[in-house]
Design a protein around this ligand. Structure first.
Ligand code: NAP
Length: 284
């Protein structure tokens, strides 16, 4: 039985990984930040020594995209130095490393789905720190590694766009939602399932950068519409533009990741995001 060590186990993705969706024959051990701090080499070494994992899935990250503009050092410590330390330790011990990255490494000026070989151009501190993490892993040789980029991560629980819409939708007021950013909603539970399949059957996917995501794309407005439709809620939605809601960090206008090659390599179906949304509401 293969052992998988999950960092950031209390996060949105980490908590789904800990539930072992898909029920792979894996032993999963998870650590939150208090138990395993990925910015501490001693903390990493201790966990690897104690649990002797076959694979590490790094679901730990600094994810406060706007606050990162003010906390550059911290964002880089967690998103760039942390993955470098993990890669170094995994390299030394021959442990597979699966790391999660983001569509934000791109500037969103492209008008066709992004593939891993497209040239990154991060636009803010968070994006920059995530790209630095990718490069650090790529540069640290010794063990197999995979960087899996994902976009618009959400869930039927926790704090994310879907939960915000459902809360605001109760107010009875019309909601204004951005209609000029294009991407694809990606649910944490099926994503966790794919990552664990990779951890269980690593020989299926060559080391490198891969994109995960269902078929799409849509806009945040389109996503909000579908959320309310699926919940049978009658909420008035007004489309608006990104410029109507300025944020400290710029978001890519188009960040649809082509997830088909990764899904094919793992022999998983690449469903349309609306099918996934329906399934997650019913079963997630
Ligand atoms: N959410 C999205 O829309 C999105 C989109 C694209 C890509 N991603 C990527 O997907 C991955 C998972 O995101 P998520 O939404 O699950 O994030 P999340 O909910 O913010 O979870 C991140 C977890 O990492 C922990 N953490 C922070 N610093 C740490 C450290 N030094 N050592 C160990 N753990 C630490 C956090 O703990 P605390 O809560 O205690 O800080 C938290 O539990 C990340 O790599 C993220 O960049 C996310």
């Amino acid at each position: 039985m293969r052992t998988v060590l999950v960092t950031g186990a209390n996060g949105q993705l980490g908590s789904r990984l800990m539930e072992n969706p898909g029920q792979n024959s894996l032993r999963i051990v998870g650590f939150d930040r208090d138990e395993l701090d990925i910015t501490s080499p001693e903390s990493i070494a201790e966990a690897l020594k104690k649990h002797q994992p076959d694979a590490v899935i790094n679901a730990a990250a600094y994810t406060a995209v706007d606050r990162a503009e003010e906390e550059s050092e911290l964002a880089h410590a967690i998103n760039a130095e942390g993955p470098r330390l993990l890669a170094e330790a995994c390299g030394t011990h021959g442990v597979d490393l699966i790391h999660i990255s983001t569509d934000y490494v791109f500037d969103g000026t492209q008008e066709r789905p992004y593939v891993p070989s497209d040239v990154p151009n991060p636009m803010g501190v968070y994006a920059d720190s995530k790209r630095a993490g990718e490069l650090a892993i790529e540069a640290t040789t010794g063990a197999r590694w995979w960087v899996i980029r994902v976009a618009w991560l959400c869930d039927t629980r926790g704090q994310n766009f879907m939960q915000t819409m459902l809360r605001l939708g109760q107010s009875g007021k019309a909601l204004r939602v951005v209609n000029d950013q294009h991407g694809v909603p990606t649910f944490a539970r099926p994503f966790a399932e794919a990552l664990l399949k990779l951890a269980a059957q690593p020989e299926r996917v060559p080391s490198g950068i891969w994109h995960y995501g269902p078929q799409g794309p849509t806009t945040w407005h389109g996503f909000a519409q579908a959320i309310f439709e699926e919940h049978g809620m009658d909420v008035e939605l007004e489309p608006c533009t990104t410029a109507d809601y300025p944020t400290p960090a710029k978001r890519p206008a188009y960040s649809y990741l082509d997830g088909k090659p990764f899904a094919d390599a793992l022999q998983l179906p690449q469903l349309h995001w609306k099918e996934v949304l329906r399934h997650e509401i019913e079963h997630g």
